[in-house]
Design a protein around this ligand. Structure first.
Ligand SMILES: C[S@@+](CC[C@H](N)C(=O)[O-])C[C@H]1O[C@@H](n2cnc3c(N)ncnc32)[C@H](O)[C@@H]1O
Length: 212
């Protein structure tokens, strides 16, 4: 899996396909966050969310784990000041994370890269690195319930999977529901919004488990 080939084209492709809807989903709840101090941003991509997070929360320090070196180069160009960010060029599955350390976890358009089995393991790993009461931001694609919107979304999502499987080598071939895995790790959904086309979901979760 590598997003290196896709990285230079990611932004314009996103704009052509979805306008500003993906970025709006990424930042939907940034202002509503309880001021984070230590954030883990996984699969950040080209840095647009990260720049917004740093602008909005002046005290936050970020560990940004990204498997694509070219995405990291792009993300660096988005930032005025990267002194509060540690870029970690790594596969999250192979990285050792500190226990109960981050009060914010961010996985935007990242969980959809994985099959069900990997998803469960990745979410468990990230949850283990979450501090008590941690917040977790997720933006991702979803399929509207029924009717023509459902068919249109299924077609578009199937095309995206084909594109990213061929060009980036992602393992997933369809969307899996990540919500039960977050719930199993003691997170509850506290805020949620849907894009106008009902294809993009933005969520804020919070950890409810006592310190272990
Ligand atoms: C679909 S892109 C999403 C990028 C961005 N977060 C967004 O909101 O558009 C998935 C990103 O996750 C990164 N990624 C995928 N699998 C990864 C892994 N196992 N470890 C770290 N990063 C990974 C890719 O390099 C890519 O930048």
């Amino acid at each position: 899996m590598s997003f290196d080939r896709v990285a230079p084209h990611y932004r314009w492709l996103e704009t052509v396909a979805f306008g500003q809807q993906l970025q709006q989903a990424r930042i939907a709840f940034v202002r509503q966050l309880d001021a984070p101090r230590r954030a883990l941003v996984v699969g950040e991509g080209n840095g647009r969310f990260l720049a917004a997070l740093l602008r909005e929360h002046r005290a936050v320090r970020v560990d940004c784990v990204e498997a694509s070196g070219r995405m990291i180069v792009l993300a660096r160009t988005e930032l005025d000041d990267e002194s509060r960010v540690d870029f970690i060029h790594a596969d999250i599955q192979a990285l050792a994370l500190p226990d109960q350390s981050y009060d914010l976890i961010v996985t935007h358009f990242f969980l959809d890269c994985f099959t069900k089995e990997t998803l469960a393991a990745v979410i468990a790993k990230l949850a283990n690195s979450a501090a008590p009461q941690a917040q977790w931001l997720v933006a991702d694609f979803c399929e509207p319930g029924k009717g023509w919107r459902h068919l249109r979304a299924r077609l578009l999502i199937a095309m995206m999977y084909l594109f990213f499987r061929i060009l980036a080598g992602i393992e997933a071939h369809r969307l899996f529901n990540y919500r039960p895995f977050l719930q199993a790790q003691g997170f509850i959904l506290t805020r949620e919004t849907l894009s106008p086309n009902e294809m993009i979901r933005s969520e804020l979760w919070r950890c409810t488990l006592p310190p272990g």
